[in-house]
Design a protein around this ligand. Structure first.
Ligand SMILES: Nc1ncnc2c1ncn2[C@@H]1O[C@H](COP(=O)(O)OP(=O)(O)OP(=O)(O)O)[C@@H](O)[C@H]1O
Length: 251
């Protein structure tokens, strides 16, 4: 990886659920470049979501954590993170615009005219102009994930955690939404969990494979080319390298 400013670094981390007698992550090191995408791949159950949820502050009392998290450009992770999950988590009783503005409902800040205007602009940006008053049940899976993306953008946080956000979509919709996300989340520090090596290679500036039990992370060197990358012979080779690394945990 070319020299890049680090946004978040995790050093020698260990994570264990309180009700378990074994850590799921140990000697875990990861450096997320500032304002870039970092992807994590790993066998199902190796601890990817747990790590993300810990970083999002959703696991505090349920886990034992050790290790250092160093932040650059932000004071705390709390208040600076937006989380986009695999399921869109849209509120079925709220229309598109109210879902996009959902985070405001739980904050002290009232929605200003400027915020409202921005919400409409984001809905346009994700290709859903004219659908602001539509209910989630009337939208396709891809459209719902677009609303979730607009909601993530509305929060306007410098760090975005994404847990398999495109995995439930068909290949073309996924490809389009990946491109859109790369465009609209440019300059954010993004941590993306995915099971799809191609997605990781297309979108990320740094790529880690979680391996072992408890899991550590190994990094893969990526070409210094523009994101989203076009899938070429070099990426195909890297894809094979990723699969070989992942296979170690399946023997
Ligand atoms: N609340 C919990 N309490 C105890 N153990 C848990 C809890 N949540 C998850 N685990 C365990 O932690 C391990 C890691 O789970 P996690 O969901 O983080 O894996 P993952 O890599 O994200 O998996 P997948 O790719 O299938 O989503 C699993 O063995 C799981 O059973």
């Amino acid at each position: 990886m070319p020299k890049q400013k680090v946004g978040i670094s995790i050093c020698n981390a260990s994570l264990q659920y309180q009700d378990s007698n074994q850590a799921i992550i140990e000697h875990f090191n990861l450096r997320m470049p500032l304002g870039k995408w970092t992807a994590i791949l790993g066998k199902s159950g190796c601890g990817k979501t747990s790590l993300l949820r810990y970083l999002a502050g959703l696991l505090n009392e349920n886990v034992l954590w050790s290790g250092d998290i160093t932040l650059h450009g932000i004071e705390t992770l709390q208040d600076n993170i937006a989380y986009m999950a695999q399921q869109d988590l849209l509120m079925p009783w709220l229309n598109v615009i109210d879902n996009v503005c959902f985070a405001f409902k739980f904050s002290d800040r009232r929605l200003s005219d400027t915020d409202n205007k921005r919400a409409f602009q984001l809905i346009d940006l994700v290709g859903l102009g004219g659908q602001a008053l539509t209910m989630p049940a009337q939208l396709s899976g891809g459209m719902r994930q677009r609303v979730a993306l607009a909601r993530t953008l509305m929060q306007d946080k410098p760090v975005v955690l994404m847990d398999e956000p495109f995995s439930a979509l068909d290949a073309v919709t996924r490809h389009r939404l990946q491109g859109l996300a790369a465009q609209v989340l440019a300059d954010k520090t993004v941590l993306l969990i995915t099971h799809d090596p191609q997605e990781a290679l297309r979108l990320s500036d740094a790529l880690y494979i979680m391996q072992g039990s408890p899991a550590g992370a190994i990094s893969l060197t990526l070409p210094n080319t523009a994101i989203p990358r076009v899938f070429d012979a070099q990426l195909a080779k890297l894809q094979q390298q990723i699969i070989d690394s992942l296979e170690v945990d399946y023997v």
